[in-house]
Design a protein around this ligand. Structure first.
Ligand code: BES
Ligand code: MN
Ligand code: ZN
Length: 500
């Protein structure tokens, strides 16, 4: 989809469809009023009938026919913005996404739209434009690589934002560009998650990282098993032993010359998690292809940050492996030696994410980071605690946590704090090694993070447990079913607003 801005009046656009909006309980104003008048009060009539009220994401589709002279658009789609007092950036995103998706489903290939919320909604034009571009692209996302029929379906190819005030055009152009880059990167992350485990292997992720580096001028280093052995990444290598797919450790670096301490993002990249010897039950096991969603978020964020030329030194680290049972697989009772030298007794091979992250967080120390954020589908316990409505957040630094919280608030990728008390550390004490890899069922999200905390050294660190938020089983206004691409927008927002 190509998204652009043009100066003009929306009711005069020659387009297959025009998108305008309406606050709940309000009469048509601005662009909607101009369209309503051109159509001889068609929108007002729908409001008067009570059939359409402008509730959040409510749609009214009208066919002007030959009713109005000089009106050349084939359709008018009015999208409800809800009550004006409740309006915000997220409602603007949802409105744009809902409208674009409906038109694409109808087979409309080209449309013109107003910018939601920059008038009476009081959003800054640049922000409103970013939200519109982001959500329109994200809502029209389809994963059609493996369904022969889907590939022929029509897509919305061109969306033109029509703005009357010339002074707003440049900020809108900037916002559209940023929104489009961020959405593209989010769709990359979704693709990586949605591809099945037999395609999106650790080597596949490494190949994607190399391509990103080439296309966007990132520095890229891929560690293979030999390099991991030399460094002593015994935890990542231990998890990988059960699979014939070799593990990969990915290092992507953006804008090293900015100097200073970098922001480091770390992603869990378990491309399929069967549980290993501590095998998971079969029900829904296919969903464990999404167990690399943290890695997908980091790769997507690195693409967006590079494409936008964010003037900061940012590093992306991905630990990628499968977790499978095999005669050579690691097993309960085994003790693994991590990169930092600390040892971990395995009591459950299904607690593999924290093991590979132990090596990745240890590796992060060499960058002397200003902050480290890891994203991982780490625990079922986090899903029990928060459901699918927020990612769990645990860390060792209040300032970094507050920045991450604000970034998530802005992008509507909500995070919620969970504790990291000493008692959780007690739970993972081992009789045979420096720690064991699970602390039992109670407080599972916190004991998982307590293990990670053993490897962060003294840099500011925040862990996001995205087990409940990484993929959707029910579609949302601009997040279809499947991998959500969650975290790309949050990390990009964090990097763009980062100040030393
Ligand atoms: N990838 C899973 C966590 C998970 C479960 C994510 C469900 C999304 C949905 C992780 O590797 C895992 O298996 N965790 C175990 C840890 C336990 C053995 C201590 C869990 O949560 O059950
Ligand atoms: Mn597991
Ligand atoms: Zn896992």
């Amino acid at each position: 989809m190509n998204i652009r801005v043009r100066q003009g009046q929306i009711q005069k656009q020659r387009s297959a469809a025009l998108i305008v909006n309406l606050f709940q309980g309000a009469r048509p104003g601005g662009a909607a009023e101009a369209v309503d008048q051109a159509l001889g009060g068609l929108i007002s009539a729908a409001l008067d009938s009570g059939d359409f009220r402008g509730k959040k994401n409510e749609l009214l589709l009208l066919y002007p026919g030959r009713r109005a002279k000089g009106f050349t658009a084939g359709r008018v789609l009015v999208v409800g913005l809800g009550k004006q007092a409740d309006f915000d950036l997220e409602i603007a995103r949802q409105a744009a996404g809902t409208a674009a998706r409906r038109l694409q489903d109808l087979g409309v290939e080209e449309a013109a739209t107003v910018l939601h919320g920059s008038g009476a909604g009081s959003l800054k034009p640049e922000e409103a434009a970013q939200a519109l571009a982001e959500a329109s692209l994200l809502a029209c996302y389809r994963f059609d690589h493996y369904r022969s029929g889907d590939r022929e379906r029509k897509v919305l190819k061109l969306l033109t934002v029509v703005e009357f005030e010339p002074g707003k055009l440049n900020p809108i152009r900037r916002g559209l560009r940023a929104g489009a880059e961020i959405a593209r990167a989010t769709c990359l992350a979704r693709d990586l998650g949605n591809h099945p485990g037999n395609v999106a292997t650790p080597s596949y992720l490494a190949g994607v990282a190399r391509r990103l580096a080439r296309q966007h001028g990132l520095r890229c280093q891929i560690l293979d098993e030999r390099a991991m052995k030399r460094l002593g990444m015994g935890a990542l290598l231990g998890v990988a032993r059960g699979s014939v797919q070799p593990p990969r450790f990915i290092v992507l670096e953006h804008h090293k010359k900015a100097g200073g301490r970098p922001l480091v993002f770390v992603g869990k990249g378990v491309t399929f998690d069967s549980g290993g010897i501590s095998l998971k039950p079969g029900d829904k096991m296919e969903e464990m292809k999404f167990d690399m969603s943290g890695a997908a978020a980091v790769l997507g964020a690195m693409q967006a940050i590079a494409a936008l030329g964010v003037p900061r030194h940012v590093v992306g680290l991905v630990a990628a492996t499968e977790n499978l049972p095999d005669g050579r697989a690691f097993k309960p009772g085994d003790i693994l030696r991590t990169l930092s030298g600390k040892t971990i007794e395995i009591v459950n091979t299904d607690a593999e994410g924290r093991l590979i992250l132990a090596d990745a967080l240890g590796y992060a120390r060499r960058f002397n980071p200003a902050g480290v954020v890891d994203l991982a589908t780490l625990t079922g316990a986090c899903v029990v605690a928060l459901g699918h409505h927020a990612s769990g957040m645990i860390g060792n630094d209040e300032r970094l946590a507050e920045r991450v919280r604000q970034a998530g608030e802005y992008t509507s990728e909500r995070v919620w704090p969970l504790p990291l008390w000493d008692e959780y550390r007690e739970q993972i004490k081992s009789d045979y090694a420096d720690m064991k890899n699970t602390g039992g069922r109670p407080g599972g999200a916190s004991t998982g993070a307590a293990l990670l905390a053993e490897f962060t050294g003294d840099y500011p660190w925040v862990h996001l447990d995205i087990a409940g938020t990484a993929w959707n089983t029910q579609a949302k206004p601009y997040i279809p079913k499947g991998c959500a691409g969650l975290g790309v927008r949050l990390l990009t927002q964090l990097a763009r607003t980062w100040k030393k």
